[in-house]
Structures are given as C-alpha cells and as structure tokens.
Design a binder for this molecule. Sequence first.
Ligand SMILES: NC(=O)c1ccc[n+]([C@@H]2O[C@H](COP(=O)([O-])OP(=O)(O)OC[C@H]3O[C@@H](n4cnc5c(N)ncnc54)[C@H](O)[C@@H]3O)[C@@H](O)[C@H]2O)c1
Ligand SMILES: [Zn+2]
Length: 364
Amino acid sequence: MNWIYKQPVEIVFGVGELGCVAQRLGNAKKALVITNSFFADNENVKRVIAELGAAVFAEVSENPDVSEVNRCSRLIREIKSDVIIAIGGGSVIDLAKAASARVGDIREYHGTGKLLPEKENVRVIAVPTTAGTGSEVTNVSVLTDRETGKKCPIVSDGFFPRLAVIDPLLTVSMPPKVTASTGIDVLCHAIEGYWSKGHQPICDEFAVCAAKKVFRWLRIAYEQPENIEARINMAQASMFAGLAFSLPKTTASHACSFPLTSIYGIPHGEACGLTLDFFTRVNSVDRRTAELAQRLEFSSADELADRIYELKKQIGLRVGLSDLNLSENRIRELVKKSHHPNLLNNPIEITDEILYSLYNELRK
Ligand SMILES: NC(=O)c1ccc[n+]([C@@H]2O[C@H](COP(=O)([O-])OP(=O)(O)OC[C@H]3O[C@@H](n4cnc5c(N)ncnc54)[C@H](O)[C@@H]3O)[C@@H](O)[C@H]2O)c1
Ligand SMILES: [Zn+2]
C-alpha cells in the first residue's frame, strides 16, 4: 500500500499556553482575534487582546454562516490584518480559516467544487476551546448557507493553521451538554478516519489512540467538568482524532450529520454520534472495521457498536429522533440529503435502502 502523510501545523500543547500566544506572533503588525460571545468576555482572552492591541470579531454563530465569513473577510482587508488568532470551538476556527482567504464572496467556493485562489492566506493561530472538531490541525472549514439550507465543508491546504495552541484549561467551562456532543465528535473522527477508504497507517495510530481516550475519559469530563486530567486527555484525543481524519476524511456518520444539523438543528457532534453505532454494525463486514474493534479491545464490531450506544446514553446524548415525529416525507428528505461525498468514503456502499432503514429505526 502506498501513501503520503502531510501535517504542516505546529502544535503547542499545555495547560496555561493561551497566556503565551503573544510571544508567538513573530513580526505581525495587526492582529485580529476571532472568537465567540462567550470568550469575548473571558478575562484571559481580554488580556491577550489587550496585550496584542488586537481588533476583535466576535459575531460567530454555531455552524457559522457564509455571510459571517464574508463580513469577517471584509474586516481583515480593511484593517490589513496579518495574523488571526481564532479562540473558540470548531465554529470559530472554521470561520477564521475561511475568512483568512480574503475572497469577496465565500459562497463561490462553498459546495461548488471551485478551488480557492492559490494566494497566501493570512496566517491563523488556532486555539480550540472545545475538545471536538480537531479543526486546529485540519485543512477543512465547514460552513452553512442558511439561505439555501446547505451545510458542507470547503477543503483547502491554505486552511491549515500556522500554529495550534491547545490549552485544555479553556475547555473546563464547557457545559456538560457541549462536552458530550463535542466529545462524541472526537470518537466519530477517530472511527470514521480508521475505517474510511482513504485510511493510511500513520492516521490509524492516531485514531486508535484517540478512540481509547474517548472511551476512558469522556464520561468523566462530562460528569466532572473541572477534572483537569479528563480535560487534558480529551483535548489530546480531539487533536489526535483531527490528525486521524484530516487526510483520510470522514464517512457515513458525517454525511448524515449535515442534514440532521441544518434541518433539525442537532449539534454537530451529537448529529454525527447519532448514527455511529448503526454504521459500525453496517460496516462490521468490512475487515478493517473488525480490526479496529479488536484494537480497541472489543470482541467484535457489534460489541463496539453496543459500547458506543451505551456511552451516548451515559452522557445524555440522543439515541433516536422519536421526539421529532418525522413523517414519511421527512424521512425521504433525510435519505436524499445524506448523499454527501463523504458517503462514498465509507468502506461499505451505503444505499438508499440502508439510509431508509437507519432513519426509520431512529424515528421509532
Ligand atoms: N474543520 C473541521 O475539521 C471540522 C470537523 C468537525 C466539525 N467541524 C464543524 O465545527 C462546528 C462545531 O464545532 P464545535 O463542536 O467545536 O462547537 P462550536 O464551536 O459550535 O461550539 C458549541 C457551543 O459551545 C460554546 N463553547 C465553545 N467552547 C466553550 C467553552 N470552553 N466554554 C463554554 N462554552 C463554549 C460555543 O459558544 C457554542 O455555543 C460545526 O460547524 C462542525 O460542522 C469542523
Ligand atoms: Zn465532526
């Protein structure tokens, strides 16, 4: 098997590292901090902003909209920013990556297949505050166009952050619900990266390591938000899982998450996790899925699927969609809109019949 491994992001990891961001800016002249309303008020973030004399863009919603990217991009051009510090969850980091390209209208590149111009982006320092997306080490920016209802990723090598500063202390303030949803996203990245058609050996090792940490630490982080050992391990797991899927890409659970989030507002991680045990069973006939289960110390892929289901229950995540009272038409809409390219990266072909049985099972 032939493969290429590429990972251009410098990673700084450690408790309290946010305080050292200012020392890592080199000769930057105008910094822009991109964050969300929660962190715009955080004392440590305010200190960083003051220290850098940075401008601030804090109008970032969950599942950021293309219009927010365009507004941020305009600001970057106006103030001639030459370094962006993105402090937030995947939503903030993804918006920062897309805005760093400084194109007039990001919609031209959103789900259209058109490549971003190959000019140099403004460099991004990514500081994650969730343990979830791994966006700080990937070249992916997931955006939503609320006008058309489209949610999909843009992939560009220009999106690799120049530096990831991972400070687990920043994740302590996550409410349990956010810890649970973002944490199950880590498991999806690890498992989907491993069984994906695009798998490769270096990423496999990151995937196994990340998945083991999630099974060991996510419930503890959920139940004991201030448990720093759990937060450190989940922050590492998130970054490892980011490295595990960045090249191989995700598969069926992520494909199904896009309509579940854009139509029903289910948070990204929870939407991905909702179908992970189902696809583990579907993929159990695949050699590598069985191998992954073994490497995670389960006797079979079915046992792995049972454990995923149990974890979701333990951390208060959805295991079904019965509260939505989905009609037959709604189920058919979900089947149709789950046909995202990531579905083709699944090791087993996912037909409309399989998707129908998935959503039919979830609606009961
Ligand atoms: N780029 C990638 O590689 C990649 C991978 C997976 C998902 N995504 C995308 O990332 C987005 C989801 O990101 P996310 O799961 O990190 O969630 P998020 O960034 O949307 O944050 C979820 C919520 O938690 C709040 N929050 C974040 N950190 C907090 C903290 N430490 N304390 C208190 N509140 C906090 C946010 O303000 C927000 O309300 C989705 O759009 C998803 O599609 C991107
Ligand atoms: Zn994800």
